[in-house]
Write a protein that binds this ligand. Sequence first.
Ligand SMILES: C[S@@+](CC[C@H](N)C(=O)[O-])C[C@H]1O[C@@H](n2cnc3c(N)ncnc32)[C@H](O)[C@@H]1O
Length: 291
Amino acid sequence: MSLLAKLDLPVRNKQSELTDDMFERLRSFVYKKTGIYFQDNKRYLLESRIGRRLIALKLSGFPAYYELLLKGGMNGELKDLVNAITINETFFFRNLPKFDLLEKELIPEIVERRAGEGKKSVRIWSAACSTGDEPYTIALIVKERLQRKFPQVRFEIAGTDINTQVLEKAKAGIYGEYGVRNVPPPMMRKHFKEDGARFQLSPEIRKMVKYHHVNLSDRVGMGRMRGVDLVLCANVLIYFDTQAKQRVVSSIYNNLNPGGYLLVGFSETLYGVTQSFQPVRFDKIIAYKKG
Ligand SMILES: C[S@@+](CC[C@H](N)C(=O)[O-])C[C@H]1O[C@@H](n2cnc3c(N)ncnc32)[C@H](O)[C@@H]1O
């Protein structure tokens, strides 16, 4: 009998520890499937989030979990893992200068170009939209400010994410105070219904955005988003390494119509990632244009 058993102490199951080898395997699996790369200093995060899955699934340890991941496709355990490990922080009117630029410069330019080509639609895509705050911000701007200016234009707005839970929340359109704190008061009064500390977005705005489950690192899935004029891909590529960023940015490039724009997050840059786009400097923002 082992000493631990004699002392009647809990025998720590070796399998429940995340070994270096298992960390490497899990990290590489997540990276290959999603583009998200867990740096060594984020190991604790991967360990604790997967730890929760182990408990939920009553599995013996990380090796058993890894086996399970290998067996399933995107709709298997990987879906739940992705839902557990992604960071979904977002809010309405995040990075105000970006929405200002979009309203006053980029969309009017795109509308003019499309009209010149005899097209009536403008397609806008919020890639990695989390709970929908970003695409709904665009919908609010379109509804309140742009549709009047361009009555002939059909604005089509899409929101995509890899996390199925946030997409469900996006469709429901119910937000807390934190999410809506930057919404201008007149828009707030007109388009949100207050229910205690929750705010329900009006069906009129909700129906302006179509949501799809798209993994930025899946070329086939990305291929379904062809023919867009403006892409917002903010605060997601920061979790990817350079190679994964290059793959995503190249898919986005292929999806954009000529003359279309890509906008990234406030402190993000595509310097060193791509040379395909033409960087266009506006007052506070660099927009990436497909020539
Ligand atoms: C921090 S949120 C950013 C939300 C919004 N773009 C913004 O700037 O407020 C990052 C989002 O990226 C999503 N994400 C992470 N990896 C992804 C991938 N490979 N494909 C699609 N979405 C991904 C996450 O699920 C999360 O909702």
